[in-house]
Design a protein around this ligand. Structure first.
Ligand code: PMP
Length: 405
């Protein structure tokens, strides 16, 4: 086989379909999650305002977090030096797990290399190691959950997105004696809608099922201590497992699950994605701990963030730019056409110094192509006015329909 020709042909297919991914090469500017230097392919640079970062609260640039990271590097060096089992468990990992267990009101927590790995490893292990387990998965669950369930090779049922009635219908069809787990998210990343956690837990309880909640887009952002939507709604004790990331609002990198001591010990003892990989650098763990501790007591970042989300929505409304209404911080500006979406993103970058990545199929359905805007506490009123004004200009140039107020 001519492997090179094969790779090129497959990549050509992606290009033709408009699904070939091109990265924006950025250097984030210290002190702000909304400013960056962009490196063009020809080596020239441009200052840009970033409107699509998942460092939602700017904690990745917060001196409390960067200071904790620097201190830990000075004390422990750069890397963990091993897997958790073989010399790679640092005091900072243990402190972080305690902090996370406390954040979610659980007995224990377990950290992984990323949120992706935590979903994959935890669901993969539960599905593979609990004999006869059936996993009920929301239709819009993230790829990492889907891959974990696939890897487990257990029975899987997909219920309609955010639909407890459909979940009940499917659960009632199965053997009442079969062990069951229901997996869903709180804030869904592309539409920014929020799952009906309580109603899904009610159905799960009827069938004696475990519940597994991905709070990746909510941790740090919602709830009085940043424990997520489950904390805000007083539902943490209804969830068997709460999964999250350290890479978004916490501002660093890594993922975790929080649950009972026995469940965490079980995953720790059987998950290959936990056991056979180098643990995260102690400095990452120290930075994440500092970030979580800060967000447990400070409301400032959450308040400023929510204010800016409201301001962005109002500015878009004033220009008639259609955006998906939802109760979260994610502002999907709906273009509904793949090539126009990409064109608007390119012109925003080149002519206006505004960076928003286009979101096209297969990440979202065809004709719902969008610009997924994520305001941060660090965007200024001037940034917001500039974004809305530029979008308005490009909306006219593309002859796109305006929203009616
Ligand atoms: N779950 C959801 C819902 C996500 O959107 C993502 C990543 N965007 C992940 C898990 C994976 O998290 P991480 O980026 O930490 O790997």
């Amino acid at each position: 086989m001519n492997f090179e020709a094969f790779f090129e042909e497959k990549l050509g297919g992606l290009r033709e379909a408009g699904n070939y991914r091109v990265f924006a090469e950025l250097e984030r500017q210290v002190g702000s999650c909304s400013r960056a230097t962009r490196y063009r392919p020809d080596g020239s640079t441009q200052d840009v305002t970033v409107w699509c970062s998942n460092d939602y609260l700017g904690m990745g640039q917060n001196p409390i977090v960067t200071g904790a990271m620097k201190d830990a590097i000075d004390r422990c060096g750069a890397g963990a030096g091993g897997t958790r089992n073989i010399s790679g468990t640092n005091h900072h990992h243990v402190l972080l797990e305690r902090e996370l267990a406390d954040l979610h009101g659980k007995e224990d927590a377990l950290i992984f290399t990323s949120g992706y790995v935590s979903n994959w490893a935890a669901l993969g292990t539960l599905g593979a190691k609990i004999p006869g387990l059936i996993i009920y998965s929301d239709a819009l669950n993230h790829a990492s959950m889907i891959e974990g369930i696939r890897y487990a090779r257990c029975e899987k049922r997909v219920f309609k997105h955010n639909d407890p009635e459909d979940l009940r219908r499917l659960m009632a069809l199965d053997d009442p004696a079969a062990p069951k787990l229901v997996a869903f998210e709180s804030v869904y990343s592309m539409d920014g809608d929020i799952g009906p956690i309580e109603a899904l837990c009610d159905v799960a309880d009827e069938f004696g099922a475990m519940t597994y909640l991905d709070e990746v887009h909510a941790v740090g952002m919602y709830g009085p201590r940043g424990g997520g939507i489950a904390e805000r709604e007083g539902l943490m004790d209804r969830l068997t497992v709460i999964e999250g990331t350290l890479g978004k609002a916490i501002g660093v990198m890594g993922g975790y699950i929080a649950g009972s001591r026995a469940l965490c010990d079980f995953v720790r003892s059987f998950a290959s994605g936990f056991i056979f990989t180098t643990s995260i650098p102690p400095a990452l763990a120290a930075a994440a701990t500092a970030s979580i501790r800060h967000l447990k007591v400070s409301q400032l970042e959450r308040r400023r963030h929510q204010d800016n989300v409201a301001k962005v929505r109002a500015a878009l409304d004033a220009h008639g730019i259609p955006h998906m209404p939802n109760p979260s911080h994610i502002v999907p500006v709906m273009v509904g056409n793949a090539s126009k979406c990409k064109w608007i993103s390119d012109v925003l970058m080149e002519n206006h110094g505004i960076y928003v990545q286009p979101i096209n199929y297969p990440t979202v359905p065809v004709k719902t192509e969008r610009l997924r805007i994520t305001p941060t506490p660090m965007h200024t009123d001037g940034d917001i006015a500039q974004l809305a004004g530029a979008l308005s200009e490009l909306w006219s140039q593309c002859a796109l329909a305006r929203a009616v107020a």
